[in-house]
Design a protein around this ligand. Structure first.
Ligand SMILES: C[S@@+](CC[C@H](N)C(=O)[O-])C[C@H]1O[C@@H](n2cnc3c(N)ncnc32)[C@H](O)[C@@H]1O
Length: 245
């Protein structure tokens, strides 16, 4: 099936309804901030959010740091700027972009899953490394890893706002567990004052083993620390990666 890009283009206006910036993102960002403070070998004032999307992480991290967001999608950056008028947002591709400045910390959150081949995965971490000051910390949280992937998992998220009732139905499936890709398929049920519109999405995403994550991060040049983030019943490995001084 061919990949689509609706959420990051004409459906970007739906992003603010999918996951609450002030609760679930705030909880994750507290964890990220704690790791940065724990492992940084320098004062941390500036942070680059790579794949910042609609700016929900940026909103929470901007309380602690001076945040710049980088994303491929102009439509998502419009959402990010609306949520964070005082942050800087830049359009660019995390595989090749060079901003010409460096930061004390970098966050790579869910956007890293869009690196769906090893070469892109490696170059994205090179981008992070090249944008960091010595002694700074990269925090990166895999959405999925080969060892813990939950085949055919489906998550349903209802949301209501201003006469709109939306249901996001997200399914993940790995048709070939021997390669480094899996599929995310999303159904959007959008009811505008009761009138139903159905949209769908299909993405080919990247999935790597724990050892591959460790190896790629080390080969990029980082000192790698591993921890766990446990929101509710879920559990994610989180890497806090220090760029040596
Ligand atoms: C789920 S959204 C991120 C949401 C974000 N964590 C937030 O706080 O709102 C994933 C983002 O990855 C971005 N993305 C995908 N491929 C990218 C690339 N090669 N370079 C930069 N951004 C990319 C998409 O444009 C999208 O905005």
């Amino acid at each position: 099936m061919k990949d689509t890009c609706h959420l990051y283009t004409e459906l970007a206006w739906l992003w603010p309804m999918w996951g609450d910036a002030a609760t679930e993102y705030a909880h994750y960002c507290q964890h990220v901030t704690g790791l940065i403070r724990q492992y940084a070998q320098r004062p941390v004032a500036t942070l680059l959010d790579i794949g910042c999307g609609g700016g929900k992480n940026a909103m929470n991290l901007n309380r602690e740091f001076n945040v710049t967001g980088l994303d491929l999608s102009p439509a998502m950056l419009v959402q990010a700027k609306e949520l964070n008028p005082d942050c800087t947002f830049v359009q660019g591709d995390m595989r090749i972009c060079r901003l010409g400045r460096t930061f004390d910390a970098v966050l790579m959150d869910d956007a890293i899953s869009h690196m769906n081949c090893r070469a892109d995965f490696v170059t994205a971490f090179r981008t992070a490394y090249d944008h960091m000051n010595p002694g700074g910390v990269l925090v990166v949280t895999p959405d999925v890893m080969i060892e813990t992937f939950q085949q055919n998992k489906t998550t349903t998220t209802p949301a209501t706002r201003d006469g709109l009732d939306v249901v996001f139905i997200e399914n993940v499936y790995d048709p070939d567990p021997t390669d480094e890709q899996y599929e995310t398929t999303i159904l959007y049920l959008i009811r505008d004052h009761g009138n139903l519109r159905i949209e769908s999405e299909h993405w080919t995403m990247g999935i790597f083993s724990l050892d591959t994550w460790r190896q790629v991060l080390r080969e990029t040049g980082f000192q790698v620390h591993e921890g766990l983030y446990r929101p509710g019943e879920d559990e994610y490995t989180v890497f806090a990666c220090v760029k040596a001084r």
